[in-house]
Design a protein around this ligand. Structure first.
Ligand SMILES: NC(=O)c1ccc[n+]([C@@H]2O[C@H](COP(=O)([O-])OP(=O)(O)OC[C@H]3O[C@@H](n4cnc5c(N)ncnc54)[C@H](O)[C@@H]3O)[C@@H](O)[C@H]2O)c1
Length: 268
């Protein structure tokens, strides 16, 4: 929008795959607000995605990193500090993947190797990112780290499968690491619990179209879009939210506190 909210701030943005990605929209919005950043994604996503185009548009460099590899993360952080010319002010973790969902395994028929892989990518990777930043002392004071989550961590959405458990774990990491990062380095750590959003990861969830329409009808303000999420994330990276930490912040048009809506009643 152009308030210069992030002028002079440096960051790392994980998870921009294509122009639908929440991370893609966030990168553009951060750029519009004057922030500079390094883009990163898994090496495989580089080949499939269009991240080069985003890098060009935002004047950013790309450093591939598998978020499950501590070695990759350490390298990413060291190089980012070098490229950006100083310590980091903001980090977006916008990463999720369930092998059980991909392979069509029901929650009651998990393959535990798949479960472990999905947990590593979707949940533990957040701890790895935080720990690598912490150990390298790579964050500036009053920096901000945000990860994306979904309300299936609190309430059951059957087709969300093992991602529900991964999100519960992810949200817990934000609280637990947020304590230490706040105490030692004055860095805040939060998760944004976003509405269902039409992206590659979102569409992987079975019955997604019905699901997103239902959420739309259940939210007084309607679903939050990827662009809405980008705008919200900018505020959390800005200096205007310096005492917000260890929170799971619902960004869902009011869905999470709505019992039923008139539209849904009328359907029955
Ligand atoms: N789309 C939704 O409905 C929705 C709702 C709430 C929360 N979220 C969360 O938002 C985040 C972003 O997802 P999205 O909807 O923009 O979809 P997306 O598919 O565009 O983004 C997911 C990203 O994760 C990356 N990734 C996967 N494995 C990785 C690895 N090993 N290392 C590094 N990166 C890896 C992918 O390459 C991709 O860029 C995820 O955490 C997702 O769970 C999505």
């Amino acid at each position: 929008m152009g308030y210069n909210l992030l002028k002079g701030k440096r960051g790392i943005i994980f998870g921009a795959l294509d122009e639908n990605s929440i991370a893609w929209k966030t990168a553009q919005s951060v750029h519009d607000e004057g922030g500079t950043f390094v883009l990163t994604n898994a090496p495989i996503a580089m080949r499939m995605g269009q991240i080069d185009e985003l890098a060009k548009k935002t004047g950013s460099q790309i450093i591939p990193a598998d978020a499950t590899s501590v070695e990759d993360l350490d390298n990413l952080i060291a190089k980012s500090v070098e490229i950006l010319g100083g310590k980091i002010d903001f980090v977006l973790h916008s990463i999720g993947m369930s092998v059980n969902v991909r392979k069509g395994r029901a929650y009651t028929d998990e393959n535990y190797d798949f479960t472990a892989k999905g947990w590593d990518v979707s949940a533990l990777s957040f701890h790895k990112v935080l720990q690598s930043l912490y150990k390298a002392d790579a964050m500036n004071e009053w920096g901000s780290v945000v990860a994306l989550t979904y309300m299936a961590a609190q309430r059951t959405f059957p087709d969300y499968n093992d991602m529900a458990d991964n999100k519960a774990y992810l949200e817990s990491i934000a609280r637990s690491f947020g304590y230490f990062f706040g105490k030692e380095k004055k860095v805040r750590v939060n998760t944004i619990s976003q509405s269902p959003t039409a992206t590659t990861a979102g569409q992987g969830v079975k019955g997604f179209d019905g699901f997103i329409s239902y959420a739309e009808k259940m939210s007084p303000l309607g679903n939050a879009t990827a662009q809405d999420c980008a705008d919200y994330t900018v505020t959390l990276f800005s200096d205007l939210t310096r005492k917000v930490t260890m929170q799971n912040l619902f960004h869902d048009g009011g869905f999470s506190n709505t019992g039923v809506s008139q539209e849904v009643i009328e359907k029955f």
